[in-house]
Design a protein around this ligand. Structure first.
Ligand SMILES: *Cc1c(COP(=O)(O)O)cnc(C)c1O
Length: 448
């Protein structure tokens, strides 16, 4: 079978919260002022109560509100697709399946959390959401979600992407958002960064600082984050829950589950619903793929750090390259964050998640093979998962093993064609992040 399809009434009715099933309690977020675990009241200026509750909830299943399901129905359930033509091109005995999240209106998995976040804010009377975006996938997903629930949306877009990716900016405008290049002169922390470096290319850490500052100073505005936090990963479990059902329908068991990681949300959404099986001893590998230019799990320590450059956020225990990290301007804007979701970091430190760090040219090569065999043009972020899948498939060929590989196809690359032009022209740099810069950024880790 090529496509494994579900019916609308197969959309999950509850998200899976992994917190009660982790091998050890997740280290709590800390108040940077006191070094003590954060109390919920400190989060109240930034997030609605419902999301703060989800962030710390001990409850395994959280019901999905009917109004959210109604929006999910616009594109969910998504198909699980067997990449047979891709397999044939690789001459592999492995069977490769992808969960196609590029079919959402915004073209990525991000609306899976943007929609509930906008919904809960609307329910609690919030008028506007402020957020950051890298390449624009998150900003556009949130702009669309705000549009559905009558909220205003303010987006700080990393400056180098604002300039490189004009079409996602257009999409955000179409869905009614205000978009500023970050660092900007509209916030105190933006002005402070510009005073030191007027030509700063920006970073997600800086854009987060700007959005958090606006939310903290305006009672009608709250902040929204597209990855990293527990509730965001939980909203993304709709993909893994559907995939589980789809694999059961055809009697397949995954040997390895693969996803690219920026903050960790698409990867976690796919793998977490399989965690209870793995924890019980079913052999299954979880592989997180990151860029060599932003090797958060592979080369960053597991330590408490700020989520943003201006140190406005609580401290999270996570793999980090340091909150001062400014990645080189490579093309996977969605994978340029200095930190990693605390849940993914904890599972990695437990040995349950493996990481691979790949250079961008080999990723684009795999993406081109995918486009030429399966048709869809992958987002540059997704190309990292694809390259790892190629390597798994070739390893299966070498060892003459059947192997079931499942990966999350996180988004399409229709707005990233300038990156493909650069790849085809042989102009993509293949930087690894230099060790001395990592060492320098890590010097500023907060002492706890
Ligand atoms: C944002 C994004 C990512 C990375 O973010 P995660 O939170 O790690 O999932 C990956 N792929 C696409 C297409 C994205 O838009």
């Amino acid at each position: 079978m090529k496509k494994i399809l579900l019916n609308e009434n197969d959309i999950p009715r509850a998200w899976y919260n992994v917190l009660p099933d982790l091998p050890a309690p997740l280290p709590p977020p800390l108040n940077p002022g006191t070094g003590k675990p954060l109390t919920p009241d400190l989060l109240q200026p930034l997030f609605p109560d419902a999301l703060i509750e989800q962030e710390m909830s001990p409850q395994r299943w959280i019901p999905i509100p009917e109004d959210v399901l109604n929006v999910y129905r616009l594109w969910r359930p998504t198909p699980l697709v067997r990449a047979e033509r891709f397999e044939q091109a690789l001459k592999t005995p492995a069977r490769i399946y992808y969960k196609n999240e590029s079919l959402s209106p915004a073209g990525s998995h991000k609306p899976n959390t943007a929609v509930p976040q906008a919904y809960y804010n609307m329910k609690e009377g919030v008028k506007r959401l402020a957020t950051e975006t890298g390449a624009g996938q998150w900003g556009s997903a949130l702009a669309m979600a705000c549009c559905f629930f009558g909220l205003k949306c303010l987006v700080y877009m990393v400056k180098c992407s604002f300039e490189q990716k004009p079409f996602r900016r257009s999409l955000m405008h179409l869905w009614g958002a205000d978009v500023h290049p970050s660092p900007s002169a509209t916030t105190q922390c933006g002005r402070a960064i510009l005073a030191v470096d007027p030509h700063s290319p920006g970073s997600l850490g800086m854009a987060i600082s700007e959005a958090v500052e606006v939310a903290a100073q305006n009672p009608d505005t709250k902040y929204s984050l597209g990855s990293v936090l527990n509730h965001v990963l939980m909203h993304q479990t709709v993909t893994g829950l559907e995939t589980k059902k789809q694999l059961e329908m055809i009697g397949e068991r995954p040997d390895v589950i693969v996803g690219c990681v920026g903050g960790g949300s698409n990867f976690a959404g796919l793998v977490l619903p399989f965690w209870p099986d793995k924890a019980e001893g079913r052999p299954m590998r979880f592989l997180a793929v990151e860029p060599a230019a932003c090797p958060t799990i592979s080369r960053g320590p597991y330590a408490y750090d700020f989520g943003d450059t201006a140190k406005l956020t609580p401290l999270l225990k996570m793999h980090t390259l340091g909150h001062g990290f400014v990645p080189p301007a490579f093309h996977s804007g969605g994978l340029r964050y200095h930190g990693m979701a605390p849940i993914v970091s904890a599972l990695a430190s437990h040995g349950a998640v493996e990481a691979a760090a790949l250079r961008q040219n080999v990723c684009f090569e795999a993406a081109q093979l995918f486009a030429r065999t399966e048709g869809i043009v992958p987002a540059p972020e997704t190309s990292h998962a694809l390259r790892a899948v190629v390597e798994e498939a070739l390893a299966a060929k070498q060892s003459k093993q059947e192997r079931v590989i499942v990966f999350l196809f996180s988004g399409h690359g229709h707005f990233d064609l300038n990156a493909y032009d650069a790849y085809l022209a042989g102009q993509l740099a293949d930087d690894e992040y230099p060790q001395e810069k990592i060492a320098k950024a890590l010097k500023d880790l907060p002492a706890v």
